[in-house]
Design a protein around this ligand. Structure first.
Ligand code: 9D3
Length: 255
């Protein structure tokens, strides 16, 4: 029932941010459990060294394999029965995370997530102890902790009971593959901009159609790559053509 996350990190304090918001609520409700394992705790020499210079030379430092492996072993032991827990290393070299990948990971009983620091970890740790490598996008972070937190956040909100509003997730299936329609709340006029009239009409058939059209239009404007991957019904195609026509017309008026 509880999904367990074992996080291997040199900076466990960073994970304290998960105590806020939906993840914090999920912790309190027993939906998730997050336990950190610090490779430094596995080293008993004077300086408690966990990194060293790269063989072959070059800049920066590399995390050594033994303290990382010992932390993973400790995490597996603590997760108890769930020795089936996959070990995931987050790295800019990993496969890029998608919502589909998050859905698959959310079906796990337990996950061990390894965050790197410095230039990365000794390749032999990955070969011997890591099952999957994931990236959160093509940009450079200063370490893996934020990526681990992104994964825990995205997984947690899919777990039963973790979202305050159960309608929010079913709504998402209605808008699968397209961007969201724009949202409005009071005041009815803000900086001379009125709320779209249809939203004040009370006509929910019209409102749904407008929202569908806006979702398709937003996707056409901002994520044409997504639009290319979905099949539109003839009605949706007509809604999008009308959006494009209105958009191009508005452009004429402003010149
Ligand atoms: C200077 C060469 N860098 C490769 C682009 C090395 C390097 C950069 C950043 C090594 C580690 C990191 C730290 N990043 C992560 O640990 C990380 C990450 C990321 O930077 N971007 C996207 N996803 C992820 S998941 C983990």
């Amino acid at each position: 029932m509880t999904m367990q996350f074992g996080v291997v990190t040199l900076l466990p304090e960073m994970l304290d941010a998960l105590k806020h918001g939906i993840t914090g609520r999920a912790m309190q409700a027993g939906i998730i459990k997050v336990a950190c394992f610090n490779p430094r705790d596995e080293v008993h020499n004077v300086h408690r060294t966990v990194d060293d210079r790269p063989y072959g030379g070059g800049p920066g430092m590399v995390m050594q394999a033994p303290p990382l492996a010992d932390s993973v072993k400790r995490a597996k032991a603590e997760l108890g029965e769930k020795c089936s827990a996959k070990v995931i290393y987050v790295s800019p070299k990993g496969r890029c995370l998608t919502q589909a990948a998050i859905q698959n990971l959310a079906a796990s009983e337990a996950l061990i997530l390894v965050a790197g620091r410095y230039e990365g970890v000794d390749e032999r740790f990955i070969e011997s102890h890591v099952d999957e490598v994931w990236s959160i996008g093509d940009y450079v972070l200063s370490g893996g902790e934020l990526a681990v937190m992104v994964m825990i956040d995205a997984i947690t909100r899919l777990l039963p009971g973790s979202l305050g509003d159960p309608d929010s997730t079913s709504e998402e299936s209605f808008t699968q593959g397209v961007l969201e329609y724009p949202h409005y709340t009071r005041p009815a006029v803000y900086e001379n901009r009125p709320v779209p009239e249809v939203l004040l009409s009370g006509d929910h058939k019209m409102i749904n159609e407008w929202r569908r059209q806006q979702a398709l239009g937003q996707t056409w404007l901002h994520r044409p790559d997504l639009l290319a991957t979905i099949d539109l019904t003839p009605q949706e195609n007509a809604l999008l053509q009308a959006f494009k026509a209105a958009y191009k017309n508005a452009d004429k008026g402003s010149r």
